[in-house]
Design a protein around this ligand. Structure first.
Ligand code: AVI
Length: 320
């Protein structure tokens, strides 16, 4: 193995190097999302096992009027969505806000310009009354510059239990960054997947059709493509565990054989023992006590929450 290169051209290079030279090995789940990863995630959201999408959709459909009542105030507002994706769930709320003739702008933010353009054009067809302004960028950068493009009361929307991909420590930092960008008038509306039957969680992250496996392995495919590496994807097994005590689902890629992988762009050769793992993602599941604790640590207060009949998933409204 070579010594650490002194300069990396991208954060991706540096993070891959760090993760695969650590013990135990890991890769960061944010790198799953290139164009192929985005597509695979869309497929995951459409799978019957991936209950999260449907639960949140049901909550939005049932409670859209109550939600709109809380977020709407005189003088109008900017609805800022972090990690907007295809906007399927958000459109339920947007349609209601339009029907009620509420005064608002919709500002979806996503890391993928491609995803944003598709969302913008689908909105033109489906709900042309919505005044939409897309913004490409990472959550953190965008939150820093929020004042540059929103000067009205803000309602910040984070759906899909996206916060679950962060360790508690990072989730608190994320919430605190949002809190710092908010005024006392603003609201945060966020989805948190709840603790439930462990089997249901394992099934959602380990579908028989292999979509989640391909999604997880897209990390290796991306390293092959962008860093000139020779991972053989068939030599790795997708493995999911869920700890009902901590509420943490963890994804791994496990090497089925003893093998060496060359990552040419990093001048790195990575050795894997048979059955050695790469930790790739966490998907945290919550209960009220944990959400209250996260909020308090971040300087936020839960105003109210909405849940589905099976208490599978919850959307909380926070204020500062
Ligand atoms: C985006 N995020 C909330 C998904 C989740 O449930 O953790 C990503 C995902 N990973 C596997 N399936 C879906």
């Amino acid at each position: 193995m070579k010594t650490t290169p002194t300069t990396f051209q991208t954060a991706f290079e540096e993070d891959v190097y760090k993760g695969l030279t650590s013990f135990p090995k890991y890769l960061l789940s944010k790198y799953i999302y290139d164009q192929k990863g985005d597509k695979l995630f869309q497929q995951i959201m459409a799978m019957p096992e991936y209950y999260l999408t449907n639960c949140e959709l049901i909550i939005l459909k049932h409670h859209k009027a109550a939600i709109a009542d809380i977020i709407n105030k005189e003088g109008g507002f900017d609805l800022i969505e972090l990690g907007a994706g295809d906007g399927k769930k958000t459109k339920v709320l947007l349609q209601h806000l339009v029907d009620k003739k509420y005064d608002f702008n919709y500002l979806p933010i996503d890391i993928s310009q491609h995803v944003l353009e598709e969302l913008e054009s689908s909105l033109k067809d489906e709900i042309p009354e919505v005044n939409v302004k897309i913004q490409q960028g990472t959550y953190f950068k965008t939150l820093e510059n929020l004042a540059d493009y929103s000067n009205r009361r803000k309602v910040i929307l984070v759906l899909g239990s996206n916060i679950g991909n962060l360790l508690h420590e990072n989730a608190i930092e994320f919430l605190r960054n949002i809190q710092e960008a908010m005024t006392a008038e603003d609201k945060l509306f966020m989805g948190f997947d709840q603790k439930k039957d462990p089997q249901k969680i394992l099934d959602a992250y380990n579908d028989k059709t292999g979509i989640t496996e391909a999604f997880n392995k897209n990390l290796l495919a991306r390293i092959n493509k962008e860093l000139d590496a020779d991972f053989n994807l068939d030599n790795f097994k997708h493995w999911e565990v869920y700890d009902p005590e901590s509420g943490t689902a963890k994804s791994y890629l496990v090497s089925k054989v003893q093998q060496k992988v060359a990552i040419n762009k990093l001048e790195l050769e990575v050795n894997f023992d048979a059955w050695e793992s790469i930790h790739t993602e966490i998907s945290q599941k919550y209960d009220d006590a944990v959400v209250e604790w996260l909020a308090e640590e971040a300087g936020l207060e839960i105003q109210t929450s909405f849940q589905d009949n099976e208490n599978c998933y919850k959307n909380y409204i926070f204020r500062k």
